[in-house]
Design a protein around this ligand. Structure first.
Ligand SMILES: [Zn+2]
Length: 133
């Protein structure tokens, strides 16, 4: 699927398991997840030079509702992943690296004072938006 990330990492959800939700994406979302992983997450991982943890990748509508995600969330379409280096300081540094060095992404969001980073990729429609939420 990608060099550094597996399909399982990008679809796994503890909440889905707890609630018995089948979080398997359809073909369209699965294809977009693979593009996200190869074109954005792999290059980010290589710039960082150490493992990154995926907190949340694809979310089916039921899971997205269960975790309070927005109805227009790119997690629903397989275009977004929440990642962490394991620390806020690391996430802050990674945010700066992505903003400075990654040529193409849709959104780079610092969530809750660098608790995690939300990254998205939309093939052919990348806006390169940088936000702090
Ligand atoms: Zn997110």
């Amino acid at each position: 699927m990608a060099k550094h990330f597996t399909f399982d990492e990008l679809t796994h959800s503890d909440t889905a398991l707890e609630l018995g939700i089948d979080n398997t994406p359809g073909d369209g979302a699965a294809g977009r997840l693979a593009i996200l992983a190869r074109r954005l997450l792999d290059p980010v991982r290589e710039l960082w030079g150490a493992p990154l943890t995926i907190n949340s990748g694809y979310r089916c509508p039921e899971l997205n509702s269960a975790v309070g995600g927005s109805a227009s969330s790119q997690h629903l379409s397989g275009e977004a992943a929440d990642i962490t280096t394991g620390s806020r300081e690391g996430n802050r540094r990674l945010f700066e690296i992505i903003a400075a060095k990654v040529p193409e992404f849709d959104q780079l969001i610092d969530e809750s004072s660098y608790s995690w980073l939300h990254l998205s990729y939309r093939e052919g429609k990348n806006r390169k938006q940088i936000l702090h939420l």
